[in-house]
Design a protein around this ligand. Structure first.
Ligand SMILES: *Cc1c(COP(=O)(O)O)cnc(C)c1O
Length: 363
């Protein structure tokens, strides 16, 4: 019997398997469900039980390289409801490409990028057709979609049975979808630097792999326990240059009018949102820089700070605390540059601003 939180996975799941002799075989599985309205009326315990069944795939091994050693990679992307009643994925080709590179980084068999895009579309479409999907609400417009809902898609690999240290040569690729509601963020959006190290040169920081997330989770929880919302990682060697938030990229709008984000290297995850924000800023005529940026420069010269990622979108950071000193940005409010970029990004994602870069793909 499930207790506490049970993940609310949508009924349709995608499952592909690689076999050395056969290559990839794909299928969609319709997991146990009732109609959305019947589910909404279900008794809590009964509904939890149904959700647990839905998040269980019979036949997948319990003991494998993913469950034992964190040997796996994943993606996260959103399908957003538009006023026209359809769902649109944000730049799925970018996630397909990164998934492919992540798998190559862990020396797994190549999963074709067009198969990825078709599969995320398929999962979105099948759940939408079943009535399991967020519906566009004009009320979201008044706060630039910070209250907007979307369908979050989570593609991930899962290894074949194994207990000895080894490579995953015949993995599954699984894609599940779930609703992301607006999460209300209570007042504070302050950040604090952590002395923990997320990624080291020569390591796996650039790969979206399972093994990278233990340290950021610990750091974020420690930051929260100390009264902050977010942890900021510094580089492993000098402990001086900014790298990332706990699982998001980070930007600084400086007093000199330049928008700076740490340059990509093997310790930094190349975010799709990061790259999109750089493009949108350039569209607005803002000078952007991808370079090393030291914590001291941020403390002295930043006038706005925000983090980016599929889950967060663009989330402003009201202050950064480092070794007991705090720098506060834009009087603790969301700054103008952050707001302008958020407006553009969300408007394009939810279909109220022209999709001039052809980023949105209908499911
Ligand atoms: C996924 C992720 C990001 C953000 O990437 P998006 O493609 O924008 O969602 C940033 N940093 C880390 C460590 C991540 O895992």
């Amino acid at each position: 019997m499930a207790t506490g939180f049970t993940l609310s996975v949508y009924p349709w799941i995608y499952l592909a398997r690689f076999e050395t002799d056969n290559g990839w075989t794909e299928r969609y599985i319709e997991q146990p469900h009732r109609s959305p309205s019947e589910e909404a009326a279900m008794d809590r315990a009964e509904f939890r039980d149904l959700l647990l069944k839905r998040n269980t795939i019979e036949g997948l091994p319990v003991v494998n390289l993913t469950t034992q050693y964190g040997f796996g990679v994943f993606e996260g992307l959103k399908a957003l409801p538009h006023p026209d009643g359809n769902l649109y994925l944000f730049r799925p080709d970018r996630n397909a490409n990164r998934f492919n590179r992540s798998m190559a980084g862990l020396k797994m068999p190549a999963y074709p990028q067009d198969m990825f895009v078709d599969a995320v579309k398929g999962v979105g479409r099948k759940n939408l057709d079943l009535g399991f999907a967020p519906v566009y609400d004009h009320a979201w417009e008044k706060d630039d979609f910070t209250a907007g809902h979307s369908m979050y898609m989570r593609p991930f690999t899962y290894s074949e049975p194994a207990i000895g240290l080894g490579m995953s040569s015949e993995p599954w690729v699984i894609i599940i979808a779930t609703l992301v509601s607006s999460y209300f963020r209570p007042g504070s959006s302050s950040a604090v630097t952590t002395t923990r190290i997320r990624a080291v040169p020569g390591g796996t920081g650039w790969i979206k792999c399972d093994a990278n997330y233990v340290t950021p989770i610990l750091a974020k929880k420690e930051a929260e326990a100390a009264g902050y919302m977010e942890a900021i990682f510094l580089d492993a060697v000098e402990h001086r240059y900014i790298e990332e938030g706990s699982s998001c990229n980070i930007f600084f709008y400086l007093k000199n009018g330049k928008l700076v984000t740490p340059e990509l290297q093997d310790t930094i995850l190349p975010g799709v949102t990061r790259s999109s924000v750089l493009t949108l800023a350039q569209d607005m005529g803002v000078e952007t820089e991808e370079r090393k940026i030291a914590i001291d420069e941020v403390m002295a010269d930043a006038k706005e700070t925000f983090v980016t990622g599929t889950a967060a979108g663009i989330a402003h950071i009201e202050s950064v605390t480092h070794r007991g000193k705090t720098a506060k940005f834009a009087g603790g409010k969301m700054g103008e540059m952050t707001r302008a970029l958020l407006k553009e990004l969300k408007g394009i994602q939810y279909g109220t601003i022209e999709d001039r870069h052809a980023w949105m793909v209908r499911v």
